[in-house]
Design a protein around this ligand. Structure first.
Ligand code: DHB
Ligand code: FE
Length: 289
């Protein structure tokens, strides 16, 4: 493949990922009953958000050129379908912090724009769905799901999803099998799981749309460190939405999404009984209030 072919293909996929993330989010919102808006709360939050922006304009003496550039950019974010990308990269980490700072169990982090409910159900020792020639280092990912009091939780659900070696998520970039690198595993009677997966690659958020335009204009970079996304759940416990990371990734310390926490760093080792890597990570779930 020539560089030009690769660039063309990459661009097509990147543009699709934003629009598909918007469509996926919109259909989830349409399916939810949605709490009625509390007028007092909307008043408070909208007033403060608008005031924060106005204060910034006055303090930084924002010009008409800058104001119009902002308007044009906001319009483009919508046209490119990149609101889920923008918000999940730059804002979700604070919402997650507020939502989970009472927890004693495992650390959570952002969900990001690419979760899909209903991935194939697999046993405690299953293999993540992948193509026969799926690129990447094999990874045996194992551990136990427990309550914060130490009790092992059998039949807990572990949903795992991650990008392929080129940084594309199935169902958001075209040309990838529907459930590629997405699966729902169930812990055994001792709360254990042993999942055959692959080590994900570092991930670059799409750069050909409005988010990329901002990143370029501000001189930032578009990288997230390699990560596995997980949702761990069991009735009677708080849902844990998290990500796990790999030591040595150049972007562990400057994740554009601000979603890395020291507790989420894995320690993979060469596999004793085969090819690739193995790693153990236990999840502690907080009993629901
Ligand atoms: C984005 C992508 C991710 O894979 C992720 O985990 C968080 C954010 C994004 O493109 O916005
Ligand atoms: Fe991700």
């Amino acid at each position: 493949m020539t560089t030009e072919d690769f660039t063309t293909e990459f661009s097509a996929k990147a543009a699709d990922s934003g629009a598909n993330a918007t469509a996926a989010f919109a259909s989830r919102v349409a399916a939810s009953t949605g709490a009625a808006a509390d007028t007092a709360r909307v008043n408070l939050l909208a007033t403060r958000a608008i005031k924060a922006l106005n204060d910034l304009i006055i303090e930084e003496r924002v010009t008409y050129d800058e104001y119009n550039a902002l308007k044009a950019w906001l319009i483009r974010v919508g046209q490119d379908g990149e609101w889920p990308l923008f918000l999940d990269v730059f804002v979700e980490h604070s919402v997650e912090q507020v939502a989970s700072d009472h927890r004693e169990g495992s650390k959570g982090t952002i969900e990001g724009p690419y979760y899909v409910e209903g991935s194939p159900e697999l046993p405690w020792d299953g293999t993540l769905p992948m193509r026969a020639d799926e690129p990447g280092t094999p990874l045996l990912f194992q551990g136990t799901v427990k309550s914060t009091d130490g009790t092992a939780l059998s039949n807990a659900k572990i949903e795992l999803w991650h990008a392929d070696d080129l940084g594309f998520y199935s169902q958001f970039a075209p040309g990838i099998p529907e459930w590629n690198l997405r699966g729902s595993f169930t812990t055994n009677e001792d709360g254990q799981f042993q999942i055959t997966a692959i080590k994900p690659a570092p991930y670059m958020i799409p750069t050909d749309g409005a988010c990329g335009q901002l990143i370029d204009a501000a001189g930032w970079h578009a990288w997230r460190p390699a990560h596995m996304h997980l949702k761990v759940s069991q009735p009677g416990y708080e849902l844990l939405t998290t990500q796990l990371y790999f030591p040595g990734d150049p972007h562990n310390d400057d994740d554009i999404a601000g979603a890395v926490k020291p507790e989420l760093m894995l320690d993979p080792q060469p596999r004793a009984d085969g090819e690739g890597l193995e790693v153990t990570y236990d999840f502690l779930l907080d009993p629901a209030a």
